[in-house]
Design a protein around this ligand. Sequence first.
Ligand code: BTN
Length: 254
Amino acid sequence: KDCLKTETIGKEIFYFKEVNSTNSVAKFLAKNGTDDGAVVLSEVQLNGKGRRGKKWESPSGGVWLSIILKPKISPSKASLITLATGVVVAKTLKAMGVDAKIKWPNDILINNKKVCGILTEAHANYKSVDYVIVGIGIDTNLNLDILPPIIKEGTTSLKKELKKDIDDNEIIYTFLNEFELMYEKFQKEKFEDILNEWRLLTQTIGSYVEIKQPFGKILKGHAVGITNSGALIIESENGELTKVISGECAIKTN
Ligand code: BTN
């Protein structure tokens, strides 16, 4: 169980004690001919990147890794890799014994607290994808007390949830093994299967949400579904349906 069984994902692993960001290293490697499936791992990131230009706190105590992908798919499908990765993380964490849920588009939560974030960076032209970097940050043994208070509040770690030290290697192997299975489905264009798995693992659909959209607009309503391209469908009070491609989603519990 505790080993890597993959053929593509993790065939090459670049391991570092310290880098600025595994996504940046992976991007550099991808541009310079590194193959599909290579993985970059670092114990510490000095300048970890979060979504929307935010910093991602990455001291030792977490799994910080990036996967280089060079899929032969149309660029319009590339964004689905992020949703698919969320499915893989949620399954991995469930196998560790926690009730992990996906919050649209790509946070993984345990008891409503974030335990993992995903940052995908794609490089494509209008007809093909050069490379996609999928960056995953999982708080395994992270000491939450060192996080800035505002982040700490909404964050948890596997160690805190399971009340024991976590074996990072076990998480990494399980994740990469699962990732390869998903990536095979992806390359075979079984997008509908992946979206269905996503639907089963999300806590967003069925909830009342508030979405902060890129230009500051706030959309409120019930999340009723997800489109084939991964957009969230919101039904507002007056019954109007809106598709949201990106934004910050807050789930309202009352
Ligand atoms: C988020 O804002 O939720 C996304 C966080 C993504 C963090 C991971 S850690 C490994 C990879 N390298 C980075 O610099 N960021 C991603």
